[in-house]
Design a protein around this ligand. Structure first.
Ligand SMILES: N[C@@H](CCC(=O)N[C@@H](CS)C(=O)NCC(=O)O)C(=O)O
Length: 221
């Protein structure tokens, strides 16, 4: 990455799965960035639902990416990822392959994570740990839905023998999935029936961009 680029600002929270996937992409592409940590809640200066943060992200969630090189602000992790790929992945290191089918496959898996696996796992976490009242029906429903997503992912990973979600190589799609799948045990789930997911998670954890991203966002690998 050319030295004259100013560092991007990645607005984050140490515990959530969404900012770290953006850090993985920035690390993979050697794009310099600084992390600005926010609290959950509505503290006017420090909170993601506070006045200062809402000026850059009306949805009051992380991540947000600010790029001082272009003046562009992106939020929603899918939009952040695709902005970074369009502007900084000129050699296509983490994007789709060349064919029309490759592009559709990339988007299929990206949208499946953003619209289905991520939200189902998020609701499983919510009803397991945070909902004010115990709600077993909701917990069972979201647990079953998350396992259903694991079934789909396990099937896809057969194509690469557990090396990457798209069979050709590790891409931004793997970065989208990694933080969500990594938290399986926090969600109260088991990978015993998912040997390829287990293998893929293990391989992802050995990658430098993944380790560096966790160090920058959470202070540990
Ligand atoms: N669909 C959004 C979800 C963002 C999201 O839910 N972020 C969580 C942290 S991983 C958050 O900011 N939660 C704070 C809150 O809900 O107040 C994305 O993909 O960026």
């Amino acid at each position: 990455m050319a030295a004259h680029f100013k560092p991007l600002v990645l607005h984050a929270h140490a515990t959530g799965p969404n900012p770290v996937k953006i850090a993985m992409a920035l690390e993979a592409l050697n794009v310099p960035f600084e992390v600005k940590q926010w609290e959950f809640g509505d503290d006017p200066k420090k909170g993601v639902k506070g006045a200062e943060y809402l000026k850059i992200n009306e949805n009051g969630r992380v991540p947000t990416v600010e790029d001082p090189n272009t003046g562009i602000v992106a939020w929603e992790s899918g939009a952040c990822m695709n902005y970074i790929r369009r502007v900084y992945d000129t050699g296509n290191r983490i994007g789709p392959g060349e064919s029309g089918q490759d592009l559709v496959d990339f988007e299929k898996w990206e949208y499946f994570l953003l619209s289905t696996l991520g939200p189902m796992c998020g609701q499983t976490n919510w009803f397991r740990h945070f909902n004010a009242q115990k709600n077993d029906d909701a917990l069972q429903r979201y647990t079953a839905q998350t396992y259903r997503c694991y079934d789909v992912l396990e099937g896809q990973l057969k194509k690469s023998g557990g090396e990457s979600i798209l069979p050709s190589r590790v891409t931004a799609v793997d970065y989208h999935f990694e933080p969500w799948v990594r938290m399986y045990s926090f969600a109260g789930l088991s990978l015993d029936n998912y040997p390829l997911i287990k293998k893929w998670l293990g391989l992802m954890a050995t990658r430098e961009e993944v380790q560096e991203a966790y160090i920058k966002i959470q202070g540990k690998k």
